[in-house]
Design a protein around this ligand. Sequence first.
Ligand SMILES: O=P(O)(O)OP(=O)(O)OP(=O)(O)OC[C@H]1O[C@@H](n2cnc3c(O)ncnc32)[C@H](O)[C@@H]1O
Ligand SMILES: [Mg+2]
Length: 225
Amino acid sequence: MADPIVLSPGDTLVLATHNPGKLAEMTDLLAPYDIAVKGAAELGLPEPEETGDTFEKNSALKALAAAKATGHIALSDDSGLCVSALDGAPGVYTADWAEKEDGSGRDFSMAMDKVEDRLQKAGATSPVDRDAQFVCMLCLAAPDGRTEFFPGRVEGTLVWPPRGENGFGYDPVFQPVGHERTFGEMDKSEKKGNVRQGDAGRADLGLSHRARALSAFLAAKLTTD
Ligand SMILES: O=P(O)(O)OP(=O)(O)OP(=O)(O)OC[C@H]1O[C@@H](n2cnc3c(O)ncnc32)[C@H](O)[C@@H]1O
Ligand SMILES: [Mg+2]
């Protein structure tokens, strides 16, 4: 088995994402730690084509591309919305469902409409039939090709119409179990949930899929002292 990837105080960690919403959430979660965090766009890294058919494959592809290009350890996030009544769709294709037909970028209002349209066609009109998960697969990669994975997920219900202006992507339709507000109605600390500095020994913290995956990463790789 390959040696574990070691992050030491003062190291640079490249966040291998071009999504500003993810970057903000990951930067916030890593803020208490003695790690210099740099985003992929800030470093001028290209956006790799996501050719994998699993979250794991795509997260590895993104983290390895960034680690090899920069010579630094990199952390990527491949995530998506898996809707039970749609057999797990859009899943790894969550970002693709937002791509505009004319190729001019992403439209999440259109993507949320598409999910709702499919739910209506599947007869999933009452809340019990509208459960979904947000999933996140973080990949930590070293320039020499080693990889490690940290998964996170959160269960919820899809609401309609979308509610709230906060967050990004599909946040306005996702209401996590046990909460009255969608991620779009939550401020960033509420969406993040209970991830506290000094709790690096606990992997069960956080609310969002990303915060939960980051908690597992922090527990395994970083300490605050
Ligand atoms: O690949 P990178 O550069 O990291 O950025 P991306 O936006 O393309 O990210 P993915 O390929 O992982 O696609 C994930 C999709 O799921 C959506 N998504 C992921 N996490 C989310 C969250 O916390 N809230 C809302 N939408 C989310 C996101 O908007 C994307 O459309
Ligand atoms: Mg992507």
